[in-house]
Design a protein around this ligand. Structure first.
Ligand code: BT5
Length: 255
C-alpha cells in the first residue's frame, strides 16, 4: 500500500465492514498460506472474542478491531513474547498519535487510569517444534463515548476519545502501530527478546508491585518480580516461593 511506509505489516490488508471475528478469518487465511504481515481489519465484529471464550465488544466505526499474521521461526513457547511486542508497539503508537499515556498490565491489557483501553489476543498455529503462524488480535477502543459501552463493562473500560476529549483518527493510529511493530519485530528476529522485554517492563504497572494473580487453579498473592524470556510472570509469594505464572488475570493488591 502506498504511503504505509512498512515493508511487511499491513501491505496485504483485508478490510471488511462486518465480520464475526477477525481472528477467525486470520486463522483461515493463515492456513491458506497468507503472507507474513497480512492484516484483517473490520469496522464491526459480531462475535469478537477475548481469552477463555470471553466476549470482546466491537461496535461499528468506533474502534480498531484487527488481526495480524506473523510467521516467525520460533519455538511455540516463545509465542507469548509477541503479545508483549504488540503491547509495546501499541503503547508507543498511542503516545505518538495522542496525548494519552497508557500502562501495560500483564499479559495482554493496556490500561489508562486502571480502565481497559486495549485487549490483545495471541493465538498460533504450530507443531511441537515450530510455529507456523502467530495471529495477534488487537482490539482498541478509539471513539466510543462512555454510554456506548455495554453496562457490564462501563465501569472498567475507556476509549482514546474519552481520555483525549476529542475524536482520534483510526487510520493514523493503525499506521503508527504497523510502523512500530515492524521495527520492533525486525529487532526481535535479529537480536531476540531483550529490547521488547526492557521496554515492556518500563511500561508495565505490575512489575515491582504487590499483586494478586488468579489462575484457573489458584489465587496467589505476592510481589511481581519481572518476566522471564518466555514472557512468563515471576511472582514471589510471602514464603519466598517464586511462581511461574503462564496464564492468569492479575490485579494490584491493596495491601
Ligand atoms: C482480551 O481478552 O482482552 C483480548 C481481546 C482481543 C480482541 C481482538 S479484536 C480483534 C481480534 N478479533 C477477535 O475476535 N478478538 C481480537 P480478555 O483478557 O479475556 O478480556 C476480555 C474481557 O474484557 C471481557 O470479559 C470484558 O470484561 C472486557 N471487555 C470486552 N470488550 C471490551 C471492550 N471493548 N473494552 C474494554 N473491555 C472489554
Amino acid at each position: 500500500l502506498l504511503g504505509l511506509h512498512t515493508k511487511k505489516i499491513g501491505q496485504n490488508l483485508h478490510y471488511e465492514e462486518t465480520v464475526d471475528s477477525t481472528q477467525k478469518i486470520a486463522h483461515r487465511l493463515a492456513q491458506e498460506g497468507a503472507v507474513e504481515g497480512t492484516v484483517i481489519v473490520a469496522e464491526e465484529q459480531t462475535a469478537g472474542r477475548g481469552r477463555l471464550a470471553r466476549k470482546w465488544y466491537s461496535p461499528k466505526y468506533t474502534g480498531v478491531w484487527m488481526s495480524i499474521i506473523l510467521r516467525p521461526a520460533i519455538p511455540p513457547q516463545h509465542a507469548p513474547q509477541l503479545t508483549l511486542l504488540a503491547a509495546v508497539a501499541i503503547v508507543q503508537a498511542i503516545q505518538e498519535v495522542t496525548n494519552v499515556l497508557p500502562d501495560i498490565k500483564w499479559p495482554n491489557d493496556i490500561l489508562v487510569n486502571n480502565k481497559k483501553l486495549v485487549g490483545i489476543l495471541t493465538e498460533m498455529q504450530a507443531d511441537v517444534e515450530q510455529v507456523h503462524s502467530v495471529i495477534i488480535g488487537i482490539g482498541i477502543n478509539v471513539n466510543q463515548k462512555l454510554e456506548h459501552f455495554d453496562s457490564d463493562i462501563q465501569h472498567l473500560a475507556t476509549s482514546l476519545s474519552i481520555e483525549e476529549q476529542k475524536e482520534v483518527n483510526r487510520a493514523a493510529l493503525m499506521q503508527a502501530i504497523f510502523l512500530k511493530m515492524e521495527s520492533l519485530y525486525e529487532d526481535y528476529l535479529e537480536n531476540g527478546f531483550g529490547l521488547v522485554k526492557h521496554l515492556w517492563e518500563s511500561y508495565s504497572i505490575s512489575i515491582g508491585k504487590r499483586i494478586i494473580a488468579r489462575t484457573l487453579k489458584a489465587t496467589i498473592e505476592g510481589h511481581a518480580k519481572g518476566i522471564t524470556n518466555d514472557g512468563v510472570l515471576l511472582l514471589e509469594d510471602d514464603n519466598g516461593t517464586v511462581h511461574h505464572i503462564h496464564s492468569a488475570d492479575i490485579e494490584l493488591s491493596s495491601k
